[in-house]
Write a new protein. Structure first.
Length: 104
């Protein structure tokens, strides 16, 4: 699946694996793709147990980036400051996308 996200007036289109059902609990513990999680405007915390470092991009319903954060392994109760509709977890090994979103 492809999704276009917007940040500071720029757009980038990414290939993502949409996580549904039980896979929402697995995330980067089991997959190494860009992962998309859909929610209903919440502040759901995430964790990074058993995961490599990744970039968390919390989005609104229009795919506008609300907040981004580099997440290190073994962290708990990570959430943005405001409600969001979607979360994309991007492995830091996806250098091109990470560089576009956060710069050098």
């Amino acid at each position: 699946m492809r999704i276009t996200i917007k940040k500071s007036g720029k757009k980038i289109s990414l290939n993502v694996r949409e996580m549904k059902g039980i896979n929402k609990m697995l995330g980067l513990m089991c997959y190494r793709d860009n992962l998309l999680f859909n929610f209903n405007s919440i502040k759901q915390p995430i964790h990074s147990f058993f995961c490599p470092s990744f970039l968390a991009c919390w989005l609104d319903k229009n795919n506008q980036v609300l907040e981004m954060r580099k997440i290190k392994p073994w962290q708990i109760n990570l959430k943005p400051k405001q409600e969001f509709s979607k979360l994309i977890e991007i492995p830091l090994s996806n250098y091109k996308i990470v560089k576009f979103l956060v710069g050098n």
